[in-house]
Design a protein around this ligand. Structure first.
Ligand code: FES
Length: 98
């Protein structure tokens, strides 16, 4: 099981490989916000403080949407497009970007 830490809500959960971050947010009641849920709007953008290697790769579409934000996108992810891609490890996520 991998560990997902949602820093802004002080939530720590263990999840299995393939679990989506959207499901984690819904099940834990996290305050993370979602809009389109299909990777178009960037409402769900979040900063992965560590553990990016335990998540799925960004798709071309996700890259393009993140680049439109005009920031360094290396540590950014769209939570609606993320899923755990590991059976262990820890992912720290912050989503109240200022
Ligand atoms: S909710 Fe729109 S990009 Fe994730």
């Amino acid at each position: 099981m991998a560990t997902i830490v949602l820093l802004d809500d002080n939530i720590r959960v263990k999840v299995s490989d393939g679990t989506t971050l959207r499901k984690v947010a819904l099940k834990t009641g996290a305050s993370m916000e979602f809009g389109c849920r299909v990777g178009d709007c960037s409402t769900c953008v979040a900063y992965v403080e560590s553990g990016m290697e335990y998540l799925n790769e960004k798709s071309e579409k996700e890259h393009k949407v993140l680049q439109m934000l005009g920031e360094d996108t290396r540590e950014l992810r769209l939570m609606c497009q993320c899923e755990v891609n590991a059976s262990e490890g820890e992912v720290l996520i912050s989503y109240r970007l200022a």
